[in-house]
Ligand binder design. Structure first.
Ligand code: XMP
Length: 513
């Protein structure tokens, strides 16, 4: 790929992915690599600029992650953030110590004063809030460096050696709490590294399609379409690249939300591909009959999914390539060697062992979620698919608590649709990362009209989260909850009580099963 590239060397900072996203938002391609990347690999990567991330260590400790000093001799600009700034100062002859008194340690929002003649702060206000999180202090900055920002407690919040293109900031420009932080990163990229901004989804689409065509030749391609964002975008990309050579198998397990199966089919019908929808609902329901244990449900669905997919794949015969919708956050390895955060569950995770193919293609493995969505839009996918919230592989089977029947699934579908419709109408959906209804297995007494009812309790669940590893319950406005509650009990038979789940993860999980 011939893009201008920024290399982000990761020292274990919690914001490593955020830095990468900010850089990409400036239309500049970047990759995150562990700080242990060899000099040969760095040269081969040919970055136009390098960013050192923050990290939890103190640079003067023996065990602290360091960088080969050769990196400063490449003639490539470097921006050090927090630990990265201290590392740069320490590596180039400055000194860093633990802040002697508490006042020199800085955490949180800090009023900061900038020197606007520094390229990093060019065109920005001379004063603003920055987000700090450091306990160490640069006692002496290296030869040739100027101080370009300070706070009440710290004379050297930012340093630079403009001649060599080395910049360091003690604060985190990548987090939203830092005013104009994105513009500082943009200045580093455009003013210091001299990039032109050649990373756009329109361009990615073009280059990927050319690359896919070359790789696939006249081979056959198979893709398991779930209707989720990643597999849908991957499908659209492959459809544009190789058309009829692509077969998308969409296993409708009958556990989708209201109208979802048809929506997925409608979205892909216009493409000139082989689209197979397998309506396997009855088959799944039969296997699930009488099963109440959540783990058993998951296992049954996972196995049945593979079986159905395998049968369809056999009909196609030998395929050359299997497509997977892996995206960049699944690929990034942390600088300190912790294993990457892998999705804890995956509905098609077992496929490669079962299907006969030559190679796996992962056309989204360099993209963040928001870029994947952007690419989907570029390719003409409808907004409801592109903006779809995460939906678990086992679908509504793990949102109907206890045993599953067609009737219960229908009840849940209706209630869930009302919940989503009202959230969207109120514009609340943009504040929520996931929101859905759960049909509990509990019934209670109610009164409707003049009669007694004995019907199901429905739970509403809505969460905000950055990574789904932890989540907070969403503070949905009472008036909206009220509207949803009134509509559901009036419009959906068999539900006479609505509760709202106010548990975070942990100790609860996002899903109920
Ligand atoms: P939990 O319930 O573990 O959910 O807090 C975290 C996120 O993962 C989704 N989820 C799944 N996704 N297959 C999937 O593809 C599954 O079996 C599965 N279970 C949970 C859940 O919806 C949430 O976004």
């Amino acid at each position: 790929m011939s893009h201008e590239k920024i290399l982000i060397l990761d020292f274990g900072g919690q914001y490593n992915q955020l830095i990468a996203r900010r850089v990409r938002e400036c239309n500049v391609y970047c990759e995150v690599h562990p700080y242990t990347m060899s000099m040969d690999a760095i040269r081969a990567f040919a970055p136009v600029g390098i960013i050192f991330t923050g990290g939890p260590n103190s640079v003067y400790e023996d065990s602290a992650p360091h960088v080969d000093p050769e990196v400063f001799a490449l003639g490539v600009p470097v921006l050090g953030i927090c630990y990265g700034c201290q590392l740069m100062a320490w590596s180039l002859g400055g000194s860093v110590t633990a802040a002697a008194d508490a006042s020199a340690r800085e955490y949180g929002k800090t009023e900061t004063y900038f020197d606007p003649s520094c390229k990093l702060f060019r065109g920005l206000p001379e004063q603003g809030v920055t987000w700090m999180s450091h306990g160490d202090y640069m006692e002496k900055v290296p030869e040739g460096f100027a101080l370009t920002a300070h706070s009440a407690n710290c004379p050297n919040v930012a340093i630079c050696d403009e001649g060599r293109g080395f910049y360091g900031v003690q604060f985190h420009p990548e987090v939203n709490h830092t005013e104009n932080g994105s513009r500082m990163l943009r200045n580093f990229l455009y003013e210091v590294c001299g990039v032109h901004g050649d990373w756009t989804m329109a361009d990615y689409r073009k280059t990927q399609i050319a690359a896919l065509r070359e790789k696939i030749g006249d081979g056959k391609v198979l893709l398991a379409l779930s209707g989720g964002v990643d597999s849908s975008v991957a499908a659209a990309l492959l459809a544009e690249a190789v058309g009829k050579q692509l077969t998308c198998v969409f296993v409708d397990h009958g556990l989708m939300r209201k109208n979802e199966g048809d929506e997925v089919e409608d979205a892909f019908r216009p493409w000139d591909i082989n689209f197979v929808r397998v309506n396997a609902g009855a088959r799944f329901l039969e296997k699930l009959s009488g099963v109440t244990d959540p783990e058993r449900k998951r296992k049954i669905i996972g196995e049945e999914f593979i079986r159905v997919f395998e049968e369809e794949a056999k009909k196609i015969g030998k395929v050359d390539f299997l497509v997977q919708g892996t995206i960049y956050p699944d690929v990034i390895e942390s600088g300190l060697g912790n294993s990457a955060v892998i999705k804890s569950h995956h509905n098609v995770g077992g496929l490669p062992d079962y299907v006969d193919f030559r190679e796996i293609i992962e056309p989204l493995r360099l993209l963040f979620k928001d870029e994947t969505r952007q690419l989907g839009r570029e390719l003409g996918l409808p907004e409801y698919l592109v903006m779809r919230q995460p939906f678990p592989g086992p679908g509504l089977a793990i949102r109907v608590i206890g045993d599953i029947t067609e009737e219960k699934l229908d009840t849940l579908r209706e209630a869930d649709a009302i919940f989503r419709e009202e959230c969207a109408r109120a514009g609340e959906d943009k504040n929520l990362n996931q929101y859905f209804a759960v049909l509990t297995n509990m019934r209670s007494v109610g009164v409707q009209g003049d009669g007694r009812t004995y019907d199901y309790t429905l739970a509403l669940r809505a969460v905000t989260t950055a990574d789904f590893m932890t989540a907070d319950w969403a503070r949905i406005p009472y008036e909206l909850l009220d509207r949803i509650s009134v509509r559901i009990v009036n419009e959906v038979p068999q539900i006479n009580r609505i509760v709202y789940d106010i548990t975070s993860k942990p100790p609860a999980t996002v899903e109920w099963e």
